[in-house]
Design a protein. Sequence first.
Length: 131
Amino acid sequence: MKNFLLHTFTWWNNYTIGTLVALRGFKKVGEDEFGNVYYQGGKSSYGLPKRWVVYAGYADASQIPPGWHGWMHHRTDIAPSEEDYKPREWEKTHRPNMTGTAAAYRPQGAIEALGERPRVTGDYDAWTPGN
């Protein structure tokens, strides 16, 4: 019952019943290492095939690996599942956005950063009116 309610009312968590209806007639193209499933079918208004991803869990577009990202955006017609795709050495693995969490990036000197702020070195003179 819980899964039925989740798939009925939440769009951000995996798929909805409406998504399943919309994907009727689409062909499953493949799956990535995160468990995201990719589909293709029909034609867009530009005449290109429609491509769709159903996320495994929370919908986060940054979870699409580089090879699948290129396929989703029509940079290539060959899906990574149809070829022996190897990521390039400069392609980074997915890191979720950590903003708002304890693991968020905090540059040196930020109020939230741990440790002490560096002391002023004397190379700064405060502005005063009339000088």
